[in-house]
Write a protein of this length. Structure first.
Ligand code: 8YV
Length: 328
C-alpha cells in the first residue's frame, strides 16, 4: 500500500484534505494522482452534484488542464479549495479573478513547453506558406502524375512576420525566425523595453505591415477576438495567419469567409474556437493547415509539464505555496 501524500499533512488542519482531478489529463498523471495522492475524480453529468454534496468540503486542491479548468461555480462548491494546479501554460479556462477573490492560488506550467510550441509555430509557418501539407495531399491523390506540378507557393526566408503576444513563446518564435532572416515586429499589451523588434500599437497596424501574422497571446476575456475581421482584412489576400495560442483570439467565422474568398492567402491553425470541433467550411479549404492542438504534445515536453504539475501540487500540500503561480 503506497502512503498517500495528503496523509503526510494531516497534522496541519488547514491543508488536510483531498485532491480532486477535474477533466481528462495525461494518463500517467491521472494514475499518479490516484496511486500517490488518493485523488478523487469529478464525475460528469447527473452524478456531479451528488458527488460535490458528498465530497466538496474535503477538497483542498484541484488538478486540471488548460482545456477544462475550474470556473467560479465549481469554486463555490469547494469551500476549502486552496489551489488550482493547471497542466498547461494557458489557464483561461480557470476563473483566476474569482480564485484571487477567494484566496485560491493557481499554478501553470510555463517555460517547459516554450521550445516545442515555438518549434510547431515555425513548422506551421513553413507548411502554410510553402503549401507542404497541400502538396503532400496532391501527391497522395495521384494528381502529380495526372496534372503535372502543383501551383507555385511563396518563400519563407526574408518574410515580414508580425507576432501578437511577445511573451516567452512569442520571443522563442521570433528568435527562431531570425534563422530565416525574417523581419519580426510585434504587438503586445505593453511595449517591451529594449526589444530588438519593432512595436506596433495595435493588431491592425501590425497586420497591415506584415506577410505572416502569428498569434502567441494568452486566451481569455482580454484577448477575445482581438484578431477580428478588420485585422484579417489588413493582413490581406497575400497574408498568412498562424495561430498556436487560443481559438478565442480570432474571429473564426470572419477568418473562414476571407480564406474561402481569397482575401487571406492561408492559415496554419493548431487551435480553434470550439475544440475539438473544427468547422466543416474550414475542413473543405486547401489553403489551411489544421492541427489538433498539439503545440506541446511531445513525449519530452509533456513529461516536463507533468513533473512541474506535480511539483506545484507537492509544494501546495507541503506549505500552501506554489512553484509557478500565475498572477491574474
Ligand atoms: C495543452 C496548451 O495542450 O499549455 C497550454 O496552454 O494549450 C497545451 O500545452 C493543454 O494545456 C493540455 O491540456
Amino acid at each position: 500500500m503506497v502512503a498517500v501524500k495528503t496523509a503526510v499533512h494531516q497534522s496541519d488542519s488547514s491543508r488536510s484534505g483531498r485532491v480532486l482531478r477535474v477533466g481528462p489529463l495525461k494518463p500517467s498523471l491521472m494514475d499518479t494522482l490516484v496511486s500517490e495522492y488518493d485523488a478523487l475524480e469529478l464525475p460528469e453529468g447527473d452524478e456531479r452534484d451528488q458527488f460535490l454534496d458528498a465530497h466538496g468540503e474535503s477538497i483542498i486542491a484541484v488538478v486540471t488542464s488548460g482545456r477544462t479548468g475550474v470556473d467560479a461555480a465549481l469554486m463555490e462548491r469547494l469551500p476549502r479549495l486552496g489551489a488550482v494546479v493547471n497542466f498547461g501554460v494557458g489557464y483561461d479556462a480557470t476563473d483566476v479573478d474569482s480564485a484571487a477573490e477567494r484566496g485560491i492560488g493557481v499554478s501553470n506550467t510555463p517555460d517547459v513547453l516554450t521550445d516545442c510550441v515555438a518549434d510547431l509555430a515555425v513548422g506551421l509557418v513553413i507548411d502554410t506558406v510553402r503549401g507542404v501539407s497541400s502538396a503532400e495531399r496532391f501527391v497522395r491523390a495521384g494528381r502529380w502524375a495526372a496534372e503535372g506540378n502543383p501551383p507555385l507557393t511563396r518563400q519563407v526566408t526574408g518574410k515580414r512576420v508580425g507576432i501578437i503576444g511577445m511573451g516567452r513563446i512569442g520571443s522563442a518564435i521570433a528568435h527562431r525566425l531570425g534563422g530565416f532572416r525574417c523581419t519580426v515586429s510585434y504587438h503586445n499589451r505593453h511595449e517591451i523595453d529594449g526589444s530588438p523588434y519593432a512595436y506596433a500599437a495595435g493588431p491592425t497596424a501590425l497586420a497591415e505591415s506584415v506577410d505572416v501574422l502569428i498569434i502567441a497571446a494568452s486566451g481569455g476575456a482580454g484577448t477575445a477576438q482581438l484578431v477580428d475581421r478588420a485585422v484579417l482584412e489588413a493582413l490581406g489576400p497575400q497574408g498568412y495567419l498562424i495561430n498556436i495560442a487560443r481559438g478565442s483570439v480570432v474571429d473564426e467565422e470572419a477568418m473562414i469567409e476571407l480564406l474561402a474568398a481569397g482575401q487571406l492567402a492561408g492559415a496554419g491553425l493548431d487551435v480553434f474556437a470550439h475544440e475539438p470541433n473544427v468547422p466543416a467550411a474550414l475542413l473543405a479549404l486547401d489553403n489551411v493547415v489544421l492541427l489538433p492542438h498539439v503545440g506541446s504534445a511531445t513525449v519530452e515536453t509533456r513529461a516536463a509539464m507533468e513533473a512541474l504539475t506535480l511539483e506545484n501540487l507537492d509544494r501546495f500540500l507541503a506549505d500552501g505555496t506554489l512553484v509557478t503561480p500565475v498572477t491574474p
